[in-house]
Design a protein. Structure first.
Length: 144
């Protein structure tokens, strides 16, 4: 039976951002930004060039630290984590940026399987099953 991924208003947030501020010197990128994303929701970030979309995603992905505020992933506060704690939390999600390319010599399914090979000890059959599931969840045809 397929797992229900529909958003639930009472479900705890997967991403919760409160009072986020991002500054580079005198340049203010974000000020008092608030965002809640619940399990199963699909969110698009839209804005002009230089409006802070990539900066926000880099902060959510634990690649950059905000100037102020709170970012919680899966209920865990990310601001102030050690590198080891950040690494462990990063293993729970994936993100690809606009110009991040897949390995051109691999299929989409094989690209999805790469981090499962690198970061787990799952059997090959289970990795294949999970990769196929993730490809299907993205709406791509089997064997992509």
């Amino acid at each position: 039976m397929a797992e229900d991924l529909s958003p639930a208003a009472d479900a705890p947030p997967v991403i919760e951002i409160r009072g986020l501020a991002t500054r580079f010197g005198a340049q203010v990128v974000h000020e008092d930004l608030e965002l809640t994303v619940r399990r199963g929701e699909i969110v698009g970030l839209v804005g002009g060039s230089g409006s802070g979309k990539t900066t926000l995603l880099r902060e959510v992905a634990l690649l950059d630290a905000p100037s102020a505020g709170s970012i919680r992933l899966f209920g865990d506060e990310t601001v102030g984590l050690t590198e080891g704690e950040s690494f462990a939390l990063r293993r729970r999600f994936g993100m690809m940026f606009q110009h991040g390319a897949l390995f051109s010599s691999l299929t989409v399914r094989e690209n999805v399987a790469v981090p499962l090979h690198e970061h787990t000890t799952l059997p090959e059959a289970e990795i294949d099953r999970l990769a196929e599931l993730k490809v299907a969840l993205a709406g791509l045809p089997p064997g992509s």
